[in-house]
Design a protein around this ligand. Structure first.
Ligand code: ATP
Length: 368
């Protein structure tokens, strides 16, 4: 549905032009929700604005639904109002002197559309229904919560009956509790309507929760893309592993490798891991292990445990996080269900679950 090739946007830096978006290719399949995820300044908003037609690229091509929207080398540029898109920004831009339904109707009554009032109201009510706000139609906008106001902007974007929905950090102005609810509602509406969507966020959890596919960006480039569950469980790049919050990282050396698996010598013992690519025997890798894959035990019948000492623990309600010193390394282990009642200074075995760690070949600066 969306096809982007070689997309490049430069902004003047202090001394030179900087590539805010650096020749990226991406495809968003019809009906899917794809997230652009990355740290501040990585170019995700610029990419979204280029797809929307709010910015002009320096190079590249963008097609939506098979129609070329923009290609500077061919002199093609379709403006934002003529693209089959709806856009929702982080500031929800709801007009305070109007009711909910007037806010949603407004674009239909102005600009090029100028629909008659009853038709505009009918379409606006349909959109309010889609976002679950029909019963609030006649409520003044200031009497709606932040989450409801953001759903008004979503409804407004939907009245254009867009082929593509573009959402730029739509949850970041909402407080924590509301954020999860509006996130779930956006995902529910998107799946119900089957609308192709690009969602920009810097929040990993948000990206995993809403996405069919996640595209990880850094410095204007795509680092990696994949299904949300693969990006979480099996990142192939060190940048992604760190950005997705894998807190345990251990240097090691490859002792054997076949296609997707490798045996790694770590300071604490040998570990069979998933491997990114097929690393060469003898090469240095970093092994990333999620805290929930390090199980703590007072005894070590398997003989695979690493001997350590508990530094401290943190209780989260549904789990405990233990920080355990093993040699020079401080490891984090997350234990659900059972509380094993460990305290500072207790000896413990850290048992890595088989084949859940990821070995990623070391990059020179330690970043991808
Ligand atoms: P954030 O999460 O902070 O919004 P982002 O990943 O969306 O970040 P962009 O807003 O796309 O990043 O910015 C990418 C780079 O381009 C940044 O270095 C930014 O400073 C720069 N940039 C963006 N807009 C402009 C502009 N209008 N003029 C100059 N530089 C810009």
């Amino acid at each position: 549905m969306i096809e982007v090739r070689g997309l490049t946007k430069r902004y003047p830096g202090r001394t030179v032009l900087r590539n805010a978006v650096d020749g990226i290719d991406l495809d968003v399949p019809e009906g899917k929700l794809v997230t652009l995820l990355g740290p501040s300044g990585c170019g995700k908003t610029t990419t979204l604005r280029l797809i929307a037609g709010l910015e002009k690229p320096d190079d590249g091509r963008i097609s939506i639904g098979g129609t070329l929207m923009c290609a500077p080398s061919e002199g093609v540029y379709v403006g934002v109002h003529h693209r089959p898109i709806g856009v929702v920004f982080q500031s929800y831009a709801v007009w305070p002197h109007m009711t909910a339904v007037q806010n949603v109707m407004f674009p239909l009554r102005s600009g090029q559309k100028k629909l008659p009032k009853p038709e505009a109201r009918r379409r606006a009510m349909e959109a309010l229904e889609m976002v679950g706000l029909a019963e609030y139609a006649d409520r003044p906008a200031p009497a709606l919560s932040g989450g409801q106001q953001q759903r008004i902007s979503l409804a407004r974007a939907l009245t254009r009956e867009p082929e593509v929905l573009l959402l730029d950090e739509p949850l970041s102005n909402l407080d924590a509790g509301l954020r999860d609810r509006v996130r779930d509602e956006i995902r529910a509406v998107q799946q119900r309507l089957g609308i192709t969507t690009v969602f920009v966020t810097h929040d990993q959890d948000e990206a995993l929760a809403v996405s069919d596919e996640v595209i990880v960006m850094d410095h204007g480039r795509i680092v990696e893309r994949g299904l949300a569950q693969d990006i979480y469980a099996w990142p192939r790049e060190e940048f992604t592993a760190r950005f997705m919050g894998i807190s345990n990282s251990l240097p090691g050396t490859v002792t054997s490798a076949d296609r997707d698996m490798a045996e790694i010598d770590l300071a604490h013992g040998r570990l069979r891991c998933l491997a990114s690519g097929t690393p060469a025997v003898g090469s240095r890798v970093n092994v990333f292990i999620r805290p929930e894959s390090l199980v703590l035990s007072r005894k070590d019948p398997s003989g695979r445990g690493w001997k350590g000492t508990v530094e401290f623990s943190i209780y989260h309600g549904d789990c405990w996080d233990y920080h355990v010193r093993v040699g020079d390394t401080l490891l984090r282990s997350r234990m659900y269900r059972e509380k094993i009642g460990l305290a500072h200074g207790d000896p413990v075995f850290v048992v890595p679950e088989q084949e859940t760690a990821i070995a990623i070949t070391e990059t020179p600066e330690g970043t991808a």
